[in-house]
Design a protein around this ligand. Structure first.
Ligand code: AMP
Ligand code: MG
Length: 337
């Protein structure tokens, strides 16, 4: 996602930038107007620490230790992991299981096949699906422990961690006196202060080429899309967001889900869940959480919630003069024939 400022003249202000890798992505913190360097450093350190605690790719992380002890014993986890595991279980029940923190065995299966350029057969998926179930994640908050009930189970906070990290970065920047900044944690964008245009990635164009833009002031914009991580076999795309009901990459008719609001961890989980659920079930869910919603469908139609109508605009030439029509509670901006 690209952030474009409404007032280019203001770019002359002093700017502090931090660009770093963490959470499996590239992260940028950009603060304007003489922000203290130490504040940005503290924010970067917090994201790196979260990566250390939450990553499934780091053997010493809380989540890796939890996964290694599945079916055997409880493990002590830090406050961040506990908070996110608890939030994940809550989202699992609020979304009818669409958000699923224990979907990792399926992600591992699909990743193994991606490496070979093959697709698992139904029986293989069914077998792995048996290891999935958020009710098997048992948390003891007072004790600070977590356990996965059965061997072979595994948790993964990839659907919510970037949002939580963005919340933390905003907190640190704001507490440190930063009043004007843009943070982009691999597509999870936070705007502090000034109104800015946040680009919504075009699903079929290079990273950074937007399909639309959202004018945001003080808030978050979070996107889940099928273009972020995927492989193709025989012309079919297999992406990284798993439908826990089928065990296959979600096929809900959506290419991307963008949600906007004030709590990035919630928005992150919401975007992933709506991607799994599809437009019809997803739109009321966004409304329930008070989140603005922009959906791009497989047909490249763009749905925009009433709440974002004034702040959202389509950019791509092909969709430039969008016709507006109604579809249920949602406004639909349609491609011109
Ligand atoms: P996001 O990009 O926020 O939509 O998150 C996608 C990541 O979350 C994947 O790379 C997996 O690590 C994990 N994930 C995949 N499917 C699900 C799901 N149904 N619920 C929760 N997390 C998931
Ligand atoms: Mg997410």
């Amino acid at each position: 996602m690209e952030c474009l400022r409404d007032n280019p003249a203001a770019e002359a202000q002093p700017v502090q930038t931090k660009i770093f890798r963490a959470l499996g992505t590239l992260n940028t913190i950009r603060a304007y107007g003489g922000a203290p360097r130490e504040t940005l450093e503290r924010a970067e350190k917090r994201v790196l620490d979260l990566d250390d605690a939450l990553s499934v790719f780091k053997p010493e992380s809380d989540i890796s230790r939890l996964n290694a002890a599945a079916g055997q014993k409880r493990v002590h986890v830090g406050q961040d992991a506990m908070r996110l595991l608890k939030a994940s279980k809550r989202f699992s029940s609020l979304t009818g299981g669409a958000f699923c923190v224990t979907a990792r065995p399926l992600s591992v299966l699909w990743k193994a096949h991606a490496g070979r350029g093959s697709v698992p057969d139904g029986a293989e998926v069914e077998r792995v699906l048996k290891a999935v179930g958020d009710e098997d994640l048992v948390l003891d908050e007072p004790e600070g422990t977590a356990m996965l009930a059965r061997a072979g189970q595994a948790a993964d906070l990839g659907g919510i961690a970037k949002g939580y990290a963005a919340d933390e970065v905003r907190r640190i920047l704001t507490e440190g006196g930063v009043t004007d900044a843009v943070v982009n944690l691999g597509g999870t964008v936070c705007v502090i202060g000034e109104r800015r245009n946040v680009g919504i990635q075009h699903p079929d164009r290079c990273t950074g080429i937007p399909m639309g833009r959202l004018a945001m002031k003080d808030g978050f914009v979070v996107t889940s899309g099928d273009y972020e991580r995927y492989f193709e076999v025989d012309g079919m795309r297999y992406h990284h967001i798993i439908d826990p009901k089928t065990g296959f990459p979600a096929r809900s008719g959506l290419r991307s889900v963008t949600v906007a609001g004030d709590d990035a961890a919630t928005l992150d989980a919401l975007a992933t869940a709506i991607f799994v659920l599809g437009a019809e079930k997803g739109a009321p869910l966004a409304e329930r959480f008070g989140a603005g919603l922009v959906l791009i469908t497989r047909e490249m139609d763009v749905f925009c919630s009433e709440t974002l109508r004034r702040s959202f605009s389509l950019l791509s030439a092909a969709y430039g003069m969008a016709a507006v029509c109604r579809s249920g509670a949602q406004n639909v901006l349609q491609r011109r024939p």
